[in-house]
Design a protein around this ligand. Structure first.
Ligand code: 4FV
Length: 245
């Protein structure tokens, strides 16, 4: 799994990729992240990457030449690369796309925009996917790129200490995660639910499924429309809805 980041602020990536799970994954070679400085693909002495917008208006636009030069130099073979531009008008990034990208054999280029926008000809001739991490405007595409790298990397076998955790967390199961507890048994008069101390794994998993459904019913009911519910789920949901009514 290789990410090729294109940015004018490569230093942003050092600390985040140099920490924790991602640092170990890079050291173990489970993922590869190459951070490329777009200015290295400019030809003028001012290493210019932006210019005024045709038709006037506020802000600057990222020039096409450096972006084409960067991608065509780093990966001339179109079939070996998948170019993703991070932008607010893109397809919403969700766990499903993270799982899809975690199986991507091609080198994944992450174009980090800055300024007002990127010249449209980049989108027309170079970009395969346009991805947004949310309906808000950021100052740059670097954080979205890190979000994608993080969400995808943790799905790569061997990156997380215990494979189960990637399979069990929110959204991988299509619903929200169940409540988690650790020691102490009682904290500020709040005790850990007895069932979790029972050692009865059938009861524990039934409790966890019920609590995950309770939280989803309360906070993200629309998710319940998207998943296939087991008979047990329907029984648990009926119990929960009866209590709510
Ligand atoms: C963004 C988002 C985002 C827009 C102009 C960078 C900024 C600036 N990217 N999801 N939301 N990008 O706000 O992906 O160039």
């Amino acid at each position: 799994m290789t990410f090729e980041v294109i940015t004018i602020f490569p230093e942003i990536f050092n600390s985040y990729l140099g920490t924790g799970v991602l640092r170990k994954a890079l050291q173990k070679g489970l993922i590869e992240v190459k951070v490329n400085n777009l200015r290295d693909y400019t030809v003028d002495k001012h290493r210019t990457v932006d210019d005024y917008p045709y038709g006037g208006g506020a802000g600057m636009v990222m020039k096409p030449e450096p972006l084409f030069a960067a991608i065509e130099t780093l990966c001339p073979e179109r079939k070996e690369r998948r170019v993703i531009v991070l932008s607010p008008v893109g397809r919403k990034f969700e766990q499903e796309m993270a799982e899809e990208l975690s199986k991507e054999p091609k080198r994944i280029f992450l174009l980090c925009g800055r300024y007002e926008a990127i010249d449209e000809r980049v989108r027309i001739a170079l970009v395969d996917d346009e991805v947004s991490i949310g309906d808000y405007i950021l100052t740059g595409g670097e954080l979205p790129a890190l979000v994608i790298i993080d969400a995808v990397a943790r799905l790569i076998p061997g990156v997380l200490g215990d494979e189960r955790s990637a399979k069990e967390d929110s959204f991988s199961s299509g619903i929200l995660d169940y409540p988690h507890y650790t020691r102490p048994h009682v904290f500020r008069d709040m005790a850990v639910p007895e069932v979790l101390l029972s050692g009865n794994h059938r009861e524990i998993s039934r409790w966890r499924r019920k609590e995950a459904l309770r939280r989803t019913l309360k906070q993200r009911p629309e998710l319940l429309e998207k998943i296939r519910l087991s008979d047990e789920d329907r029984t648990l949901l009926d119990e929960l809805r009866r209590k709510l009514s």
